[in-house]
Design a protein around this ligand. Structure first.
Ligand code: SF4
Length: 213
């Protein structure tokens, strides 16, 4: 399988339970809920995306012919002076359009703990060490268990309300304020929801606050 990758870079995980953890971000190209083109946004299933996942032109991006080449490229961005707990976050776009058991195995063999951030519309393969599902709008969530459910809040659709997900099989439940022109109101609404429903915790996009990619 050829893997199409938008970019690979080393940073801090900004969101969710692993906030602040150094990680390699392996961003796969493409998503099944939006083309990534602005002219298609209004008609997309997911309309609030803030990520450029189109093409393979970012740093470390490209077409990787084998899982081993992909894993090796990811490991080149991990600091050479430490082999402590290499962590890779496979994201997108929708990483599960491409991330298969061979790629997970190759990342493990390279020394990585493997995290995945998915929209939940594709069943996850075996072997993922940390699975974060972030439901989007009307899209049906088929991956109904994992480590972390991270819901952008608020969303308009009745199917995307927090109470629709709180009985699913996740260890952690996060609300993350929708980052648009109403970010302050969305943050307040998220805070109030968490206070009223303590099963949920607040996740902030700390990478935007501290100014890292
Ligand atoms: S599902 Fe994720 S990557 Fe796809 S369009 Fe929505 S926010 Fe962007």
């Amino acid at each position: 399988m050829t893997y199409s990758v938008k970019e690979i870079y080393y940073t801090l995980q900004g969101e969710g339970a692993h906030t602040g953890r150094p990680a390699v971000f392996l961003r796969f190209a493409g998503c099944n809920l939006w083309s990534g083109r602005e002219q298609h946004r209004a008609g997309a299933v997911c309309r609030f995306c803030d990520t450029d996942f189109v093409g393979t032109d970012g740093p470390g991006g490209g077409k990787y012919e084998t899982a081993e080449e992909l894993a090796a490229a990811a490991m080149t961005t991990w600091p050479a002076d430490t082999n402590n707990s290499p962590y890779v976050v496979c994201t997108g776009g929708e990483p599960l359009l491409q991330l298969d058991e061979a790629a997970i195995s190759a990342l493990h063999d390279a020394g990585f703990e493997v995290g995945v951030e998915s929209n939940g519309t594709i069943p996850a393969p075996e072997g993922i060490d940390w699975l974060c599902i972030s439901p989007k709008g009307l899209a049906t969530v088929v991956q109904r268990s994992g480590d972390e459910l991270k819901l952008v809040y608020p969303q308009e659709e009745p199917e995307a309300q927090p109470e629709c997900f709180e009985d699913l099989g996740f260890e952690h439940f996060f609300l993350q304020p929708l980052h648009d022109d109403d970010i302050e109101a969305n943050t307040q609404a998220s805070i109030q929801y968490c206070l009223a429903h303590p099963r949920w915790r607040l996740s902030l996009q700390t990478h935007k606050i501290i100014g890292v990619p």
